[in-house]
Design a binder for this molecule. Sequence first.
Ligand code: PLP
Length: 367
Amino acid sequence: MTPARHYLDANATEPLRPEARAAMLRALDVPGNPSSVHNEGRAARRVLEDAREAIAARFGAPAANLVFTSGATEANALVRHALGGTRRVIASAVEHDSILAARPAALLPVDRKGVADLDALAALSADGEPALVCLMLANNETGVIQPVAQAAALCQRFGAWLHVDAVQAGGRIPVSLSTLGADSLAISSHKLGGPAGVGAVLFGSKAIGPAPLIPGGGQERGWRAGTPPLPAIAGFAAAAEAARGSPHLAEMRDRIEAAAIAAGASVAGAGAERLPNTTCLVQPDVPAMAQVMALDLAGIAVSAGAACSSGKVASSHVLAAMGLGPLAGCGIRVSLPWNAAEADAEAFAAAYPAMVARLRRAMVRAA
Ligand code: PLP
């Protein structure tokens, strides 16, 4: 009999929702290209625009202000491309690599709980130079929620553009570009339970012209050329409709945390407002990658830091920014998917103390 598996790595990618699968299968049978004027093209255009409307409404922006991309990496890059040339980029130190890779001019520090320092943001913005501020809504490694609405008020005061990476918050907590007061928002389908390979930028009321990373046929109102992937976009929209928050996961997360704390772990970001599905467990002296591999052998899928950097054994830049020092290499991320069951939390609670004891014994023998 195959041993049971417990998938607790939703922040890397959520399992596909049945609504998304069904919408994709329907869209696969729509033969037209949305740019064609004939009947089939118009039918394809309807699928595309219905999806645009559903996703935009879900995340508090007008449909005309949504640009489909290949995912949030591209969505973040597109905003930087459109604004980064004329504005100084200020990003929080705990942003995703898709924001940090292009080296912001200034990094906003975070406190021990992982919350961005808004006094530092005010000080950096006050010099009058136009800025593009990048602040994520929820951190992918710790689930810590940032004070985005307060940051938006500051940005408005100083004439800065606020871009919010809402990838991990979307579908898990309420997310609305207009309520947050942000200027742009990045979201990703596969973090909502849709397919990978599609995402979007939503723009607020400040008009900026198209500044495509991929020029060509003028699709997406000139923002992104290329024939849009209708089945993926339809799946994205269905997932966005179906993902209506996950407060029920908080109890399972708390159960997991209690077991880990009893086995010597601490929770990164404890005391801050956090996503209900995410916890980052720091076990002193036990390398994160060894923990991930040992848990995998026990049937449990978790990750060390961000998924895109798994495989690289470097310590987490998020935990380092929170001042964890050498402990930054000892944190694992447990992220419950939308369809997590009690059995998953129970399996983790049983496996974690055994894993820690085994690794500690092995470390003593090796010393
Ligand atoms: N931003 C955050 C916070 C993420 O967690 C991720 C993916 O892990 C991304 C951006 C990139 O998203 P995508 O996989 O759609 O490119």
